[in-house]
Design a binder for this molecule. Structure first.
Ligand code: ME8
Length: 509
């Protein structure tokens, strides 16, 4: 059973039919911010991401590249890992569904359901979208086309194994609706939760969990002529990652997950099918599932099949790693859709990062260098610091609610307060009449920068580290965290510590 001292967060495992784009980066950066925030608050964190490597879609992508599926998966999985490294993602594990440990997990889990009689064989004919890797009913199709990909589905007719999803309908509704239900789990945002409840109250079909003709998958343990349906295979990654079925102590320590993050496209699988599979196996359910919105380009969902993707490297090249992390999470509320506009990015970057934050750091350090011999000056006042800490307070609740864009606005409010303070006090004038007063002002500014630095850390780790080092600290930046959040009043800077002015953080575009 995971505890309040532990935090297990996951992203979806991404399909390797394409290299990462900023839609994937969006979820992964958000998860990274939460992982870092929880670590700062003293929790032991398990942050999981990875790649989804089986199924018809991957098989076809490998064939299209004239590659055998495994070597193709190895290559693209490597590209995902490299992309996350380039974005400073602090994942603790990277799972691949073609790993032997995952095969053991899937087969052991399905064996439990088979032994309980929750899986049966039936003949089935349905309309399948390979890009979504799912069947659609006629009602769900739009003019006969996949609602996401706008392509005609394939008619598939096979003898498959089915999971008795319908048997869990009432239990699922109760677990979602009743906060006192022993298996209660939360779905956010609220409209999405209601949408899931609405669907659940309608007709629920049992789900096919195997494929008879596809070989690129995990064989069913009781009938090796069939492979596991890729979505069942994929969802089980969350259990493989905590050591199911071999490492019971680890499963007990880390399961259930605290938060599964994803976009709304795959909420049904996470909020309905996944909890039902877990109920069937007698395992605890994830505590929270959050579905954010889509990045769109000209109103269309950004996706490989629509050919309108922006790669993280393009943004990193233009705005740097922290600039990219900031721009993606500040673009629109997490949970809503938002249109991606290169022009807005530039405006946002220049206003918030180049002018406000970057300029604050540069001018503060310049003045300490010029008026205080490059050393942290003396002073007893903490008024500005107290006000800045007050400005930053709402961030705690905003982070609890995954309101990243608001949390960033909160940090910028603190930045703005310090910039205004500098304008009002005008140290460049004050220095002509009183050096001690100038020193006092600049000490307050430096302390406030340090407080802002702490809150910036989950979003912009390199920037925060740079501020930390520019203020003259040389010890390990990562050793600080919980004590600050428990007692922000303790924020301090040693008198006379030599500052180390660094390069401009965010050169103006
Ligand atoms: O669905 N806007 O993988 P996937 C925002 N393998 N987020 C986006 C996005 C966009 N335009 N495009 C993609 C799969 N995403 C399965 C998941 S999990 C057990 C298996 C992000 O490669 C978002 O998180 O299609 C979305 O849910 C996910 O990528 C889909 O990634």
């Amino acid at each position: 059973m995971s505890t309040p001292d532990r935090f297990f967060i996951s992203t979806p495992i991404y399909y390797v039919n394409d290299v990462p784009h900023i839609g994937h980066a969006y979820t992964t950066i958000a998860a990274d911010v939460l992982a870092r925030w929880n670590r700062l608050n003293g929790r032991e964190v398990f942050f999981l991401t990875g790649t989804d490597e089986h199924g018809a879609k991957i098989d076809q992508a490998a064939a299209a590249h004239n590659r055998d599926p495994q070597s193709y998966c190895d290559e693209v999985a490597g590209q995902f890992q490299a992309a996350w490294k380039s974005l400073n993602i602090s994942n603790d594990a990277f799972i691949r569904t073609t790993s032997p440990a995952h095969l053991r997990c899937v087969q052991a889990f399905l064996r439990v359901l088979w032994d309980k009689g929750l899986i049966f064989k039936a003949s089935y004919s349905g309309k399948y979208c390979v890009q979504c890797e799912r069947f659609y009913t006629d009602d769900e199709l739009v003019n006969g086309l996949c609602p996401d990909h706008h392509t005609p589905p394939e008619v598939q007719q096979e003898d498959n194994y089915f999971f008795r999803l319908s048997a869990f309908k009432d239990q699922l509704i109760a677990a979602i609706e009743d906060p006192d239900h022993p298996q209660h789990f939360e779905i956010y945002p609220r409209e999405r939760r209601n949408e899931m409840l609405g669907k659940l109250r309608g007709d629920i079909n049992d789900v096919s969990i195997s494929r008879a003709t596809l070989t690129w998958g995990i064989p069913l343990p009781w009938d090796r002529s069939q492979t596991t349906y890729v979505w069942v295979d994929a969802l089980l990654n969350y259990l493989t990652a905590v050591g199911y079925p071999d490492d019971k102590a680890r499963v007990d320590a880390w399961w259930p997950a605290d938060l599964h993050l994803m976009a709304k496209d795959i909420l049904w699988f996470h909020a309905i099918i996944w909890p039902a599979l877990l109920m069937a196996a007698g395992l605890p359910l994830p505590k929270k599932i959050f579905a954010h919105g889509f990045f769109t380009l000209g109103g269309q969902k950004m996706s490989k099949s629509l050919g309108n993707v922006v790669r993280p490297a393009e943004l990193i090249g233009e705005y740097g790693v922290d600039g990219t992390r900031y721009l993606l999470l500040s673009a629109f509320p997490f949970g809503a859709d938002g249109d991606f506009s290169p022009e807005n990015l530039k405006v946002g970057f220049n206003a918030a990062l180049a002018n406000d934050l970057g300029n604050l750091v540069a001018r503060s350090l310049n003045m300490i260098e010029k008026y205080c011999e490059g050393k942290i000056p003396a002073g007893d006042k903490r008024e500005l610091l107290d006000q800045v800490l007050k400005d930053l307070e709402p961030m705690e609740t905003q982070m609890d609610h995954l309101q990243f864009h608001l949390a960033l606005t909160t940090i910028l409010a603190g930045v703005d307060r310090v910039n205004r303070y500098i304008e009002t006090k005008a140290p460049w004038k004050l220095v002509k009449t009183s050096l001690p007063e100038t020193a006092e002002v600049l000490r307050e500014v430096a302390l406030s920068l340090k407080a802002i630095m702490f809150y910036l850390r989950p979003f912009m780790p390199d920037t925060a580290r740079s501020i930390y080092e520019q203020l003259g600290h040389s010890d390990d930046f990562y050793t600080h965290g919980k004590e600050f959040f428990l007692n922000p009043q303790a924020v301090d800077l040693p008198l006379g510590q030599a500052i180390h002015k660094g390069p401009v953080l965010f050169p103006r575009k």
